[in-house]
Design a protein around this ligand. Structure first.
Ligand code: 5AD
Ligand code: SF4
Length: 440
């Protein structure tokens, strides 16, 4: 057996990166690595980067610079960059930051063991291909089958073909690819065997899923229906979706799959049709609102979440008011909102920009409204009963914390609750970021 080495992985960005970091850790376990949460203790530091926010690459370079002294002390330390910045920057990282030994793009993680072996020899290892072989099949089963917590992510789809004018994802994660149905179902069953009770299906455009299955390609709805039948899998969620890929069957599934949770992240980005068109979103505000109506007809208690961009190039105050009106009309349970910022290489980066002060002002007004809505929906839970899947102990003694079906964090004091328990809880109090309940 190879001597044990320590791996420190730092994860930035979305849930898919969290999932990928777990897979990379498992892949490197086969090379004799165990995880550590201390960089100064590590034989390998791996930054799993995200490219979605502004100046993402610059932030990675400055983070890398911080490991200079560590590397000087420990010449055997290997430093790797993975994720979307690795994909976007490629060889440039090796040129600009000599500390880096290994660069790997998201589509090449199954090649990590070979890349690590190469980096160990002192050579630079780089792979930012979009290889034809099946990454997930190649990653499968290399690591130990450890017991898991009650919730897990499962990537079913990667990449995006939508090309929204502001977004780097189609460039960093590539074209839409769906994992085959059997592979997804196997992984889900394996997670359940290891203690998982809630699975969140991940994809950059998850509802565009069209994985090969029995009888042809399966839609996300069909996949959800099959997962719904897995014994012991109590909860299913999926994220992130594009409004245009919400088909009739998926809407219906929200009404008739007991394990599909009544919470949906369905970004609209803006409320003005003129801006939506300039964003290349390929839907109108009205079409989005009609879709929400249909979803709520299938599942009346559905909580909605969204993403918003303010100050997209050419956005006027009137356009912004259309976003505010759309938010008023929907009533969001939670939301993420951002000031538009340029991403080199995307179409909108070349256009006339809205002044920063204007963006700040709009973001403040939008966030005030979204926070009010979020708080109102959360407060409305007081007096109601919800199902809570408990995940871990809370800060106070005897306290456990878990999530309601609507993804609210719920604290309960009870000495007979363990992680993984799903219990009926009556909500008695609504705090700034969580609810408090008592066993019902
Ligand atoms: N500027 C601001 N926000 C952006 N997002 C993506 N690209 C940009 C950008 N250039 C936001 C979108 C997306 C979320 C993940 O990040 O709202 O849905
Ligand atoms: Fe980016 Fe989502 Fe648009 Fe795809 S659908 S380009 S991931 S914002």
């Amino acid at each position: 057996m190879t001597a044990q080495k320590k791996l420190f992985v730092k994860t930035y960005g979305c849930q898919m990166n969290v999932y990928d970091s777990e897979r990379m850790t498992e892949a490197l376990a086969g090379q004799g690595y165990v995880a550590t949460d201390r960089p100064d203790d590590a034989d390998m530091i791996l930054l799993n980067t995200c490219h979605i926010r502004e100046k993402a690459a610059e932030k990675v370079y400055s983070e890398l610079g911080r490991y200079k002294d560590l590397k000087a002390e420990k010449p055997d330390l290997r430093i790797g960059v993975a994720g979307c910045v690795a994909q976007a920057e490629g060889e440039e990282i090796l040129r600009r930051q000599p500390l880096v030994d290994l660069v790997v793009g998201p589509q090449s993680y199954h090649r990590l063991p070979e890349l690590e072996a190469k980096a160990r020899t002192g050579a630079k290892a780089l792979d930012t291909d979009f290889p034809a072989e099946d990454k997930f099949a190649a990653l499968k089963g290399r690591g130990p089958k450890a017991k898991r917590g009650p919730t897990a992510f499962l990537t079913v789809q990667e990449g995006c073909d939508k090309f929204c004018a502001f977004c780097v994802v189609p460039y960093t994660r590539g074209a839409e690819v769906s994992r085959p149905v059997a592979q997804v179902l196997d992984e889900a069953r394996d997670l359940v065997d290891r203690g998982v009770r809630e699975i969140t299906l991940l994809g950059q455009n998850v509802n565009a899923y069209h994985g090969a299955g029995e009888g042809g390609d399966w839609s996300l709805a069909r996949l959800v229906r099959a997962l719904d039948r897995i014994e012991g899998l109590e909860r299913i969620r999926y994220t992130t979706s594009h409004p245009n890929d919400m088909d009739d069957d998926l809407i219906a599934a929200h009404g008739d799959c007991a394990s599909l949770m009544p919470y949906l992240h369905l970004p609209v980005q803006a409320g003005s049709d003129r801006i939506l068109k300039r964003m290349n979103r390929k839907h109108t505000a009205e079409a989005y609102l009609r879709l929400i109506e249909r979803l709520r007809a299938a599942r009346p208690d559905l909580h909605l979440s969204g993403d918003f961009i303010v100050g997209f190039p050419e956005e006027t105050e009137e356009d912004f008011q259309a976003t505010m009106a759309l938010v008023e009309a929907v009533g969001y349970g939670s939301a993420f909102s951002f000031k538009y910022s340029t991403r080199p290489g995307t179409p909108a980066a070349e256009r006339d920009q809205v002044p920063e002060a204007e963006k700040d002002d709009r973001l403040q007004r939008l966030q005030a409204l979204l926070t009010r809505q979020q708080r109102a929906l959360q407060d409305a839970m007081v007096g109601r009963e919800v199902d809570v899947l408990f995940e871990k102990p809370g800060r106070l003694p005897g306290q456990m914390v878990g999530k309601s079906e609507y993804l609210h964090a719920v604290h309960v004091e009870a000495d007979d609750i363990s992680a993984g328990d799903l219990r009926r809880v009556r909500i008695v109090e609504s705090g700034p970021n969580s609810l408090r309940g008592v066993p019902a």
